[in-house]
Design a protein around this ligand. Structure first.
Ligand code: FAD
Length: 470
């Protein structure tokens, strides 16, 4: 068993040992001499520029078990990659082994039972496309390129969160390779303690090779889209939305984004490059009903444009993709807010004018609804009962802006403290070993996660994550 705190890399592993691992895999083992190493080592955040000793592109759970056993037996630093969107770059490492699940893409949907099983390398765009063929969906992230794995294991927020809860609230089963290489299934009935920890505790407990989700009727056409305002209308917009959303049905989600309009379709050319306020509702239900529910929200202030319309749910799920491009440098902070206060929104607008790059986005979203009907102790995703979140996503394209961008993002988060409801979201934490891990969980949840880590991964093999130290 490796030393729990060791950061030993793979430089001491003999070439012959890597050859043994290669021979065991049905998938490929890619090393620095291979032609596609550069592509294979790449993850989403341009700041995570690391060089693993090897990348095991796993074909199945046996491959995953072989790679887990190898990393443990050789004391090799281990990363797990689902969709590769880790903001702190946990799904890559210098000198270690990456278990890359990207070839594991199988999806099966049971429309009668309203369930779907998806392997660990599936991304939200792929799962949504498969489930929407049956007019079904589950809560997923707002960027179609994000992996289902990391997002679900950390909780998982998105457009459907008020209607159906976190992504992990819809998890029915997980197939897991544990640190000792054994394979187990976790559900409410089987390995129930592990199942609790997998719903919010991140990648701390094993490699999840497949996820089974509960699905719900959604669309495939939904009423959604942006109502776009100049930033100077932010107070009026916030004041109305605050009262309006108090009585809103769970079927209505609204996210408000401060963003710089990217120079791409479908954004109208005259708006390209402008810093604007996008109020984006989604109504999960019949379009005509949504038109009635949304009418007051669409009558507020003097919008530059109102693009709310019946659109495919999958189009909504892809609408942020162009705003947050792969390879951008990203560093984020996340605050729960006690309400949608005018002063907080005006403060964000002021800061946003100094944003470090046009890829910077601040998203303020309404929580509540189905999220709050689940007891905080029921899953490790325990921050419930918080009315709003503000996700400050600092984004830019050049390494030279890293220090300035991080300082800006941290500055907005600090300025928002008078409006904060406490706590943060584990999937939004920016750094490996970020001290904020303790604010991502209430103290009792954290203690339970530590006890679970001692049981399932006492050697801390799975430590390149928001680490729960055993
Ligand atoms: P990866 O980088 O592959 O994995 C992240 C970490 O998760 C890994 O290091 C590992 O610790 C763990 N992990 C991954 N796969 C497995 C597995 N199969 N078994 C065990 N552990 C595993 N979050 C939201 O909730 N809602 C959003 O709308 C949202 N939007 C985002 C948009 C962008 C552009 C980005 C960069 C992030 C976004 N996130 C969002 C955050 C996202 O949830 C996390 O970054 C998440 O970890 C990404 O999952 P992944 O599988 O793509 O990442």
């Amino acid at each position: 068993m490796s030393d729990p705190q060791s950061t030993r890399t793979a430089t001491t592993v003999a070439t012959s040992s890597w050859s043994d691992l290669r021979a065991q895999l049905r998938g490929r083992l890619i090393q620095p001499d291979d032609a596609d190493y550069e592509e294979a080592r790449h993850t989403w955040n341009g700041m995570a520029d690391k060089r693993p000793a090897a990348i095991a592109q796993c074909s199945d759970a046996d491959d995953v078990a072989a790679a887990v056993n190898f990393a443990r037996d050789h004391g090799v630093l281990l990363s797990i990659r689902g969709g590769g969107h880790s903001i702190p770059g946990h799904s890559t490492c210098d000198g270690g082994l990456v278990i890359d699940l990207s070839p594991m893409k199988a999806i099966s949907v049971d429309p009668a039972a309203r369930t779907a099983r998806a392997e660990g390398g599936v991304k939200w765009g792929e799962l949504d496309a498969a489930t929407q063929q049956h007019g079904l969906a589950t809560t997923g992230g707002t960027n179609s390129d994000t992996g289902i794995a990391g997002l679900t294991l950390g909780g998982g927020e998105g457009w459907l969160v008020r209607a159906f809860g976190y992504a992990c609230d819809n998890l029915l089963a997980a197939e897991v390779v544990l640190a000792d290489g054994s394979r187990v299934r976790a559900t409410e009935q089987e390995n129930a303690d592990l199942f609790w920890g997998l719903r919010g505790g991140g990648g701390n407990y094993g490699v999840v090779t497949a996820f089974e989700y509960r699905l719900h009727p959604v669309g495939p056409t939904v009423l959604a889209g942006p109502i776009i305002y100049p930033l100077d209308q932010v107070r009026e917009v916030a004041a109305f939305q605050r009262e309006f959303m108090r009585a809103a049905p769970d079927a209505l989600m609204v996210m408000t984004a401060f963003l710089t309009v990217p120079p791409v379709e479908p954004f109208p050319e005259p708006l390209h490059g402008q810093k604007l306020l996008f109020v984006v509702p989604l109504y999960v239900g019949p379009v005509e009903q949504g038109e009635r529910v949304l009418a007051p929200l669409r009558a507020v202030g003097h919008p530059i444009a109102d693009a709310v319309a019946p659109i495919p749910y999958v189009a909504l799920q892809q609408s942020l993709d162009a705003v947050l491009p792969r390879d951008m440098h990203i560093w984020s902070r996340y605050e729960y807010l006690r309400d949608l206060e005018d002063d907080a929104m005006a403060l964000i607008a002021d800061h946003f004018l100094q944003a470090p790059g046009p890829q910077t986005v601040v998203v303020v979203g309404r929580l509540g609804g189905a999220l709050d009907r689940i007891a905080p102790a029921a899953t490790a995703a325990a921050h419930r009962g918080k009315p709003y979140f503000a996700w400050i996503i600092g984004g830019w394209l050049s390494q030279q802006l890293d220090d300035q961008g991080i300082a800006w993002t941290r500055g907005v988060s600090e300025a928002l403290q008078p409006f904060a409801a406490g706590g943060t979201y584990v999937n939004a934490l920016p750094d490996a070993g970020d001290a904020q891990i303790h604010t991502a969980y209430p103290p009792q949840t954290y203690e339970r996660l530590v006890a679970l880590k001692r049981k399932y991964d006492p050697g801390n093999l799975f430590r390149l994550n928001q680490n729960i130290v055993p």
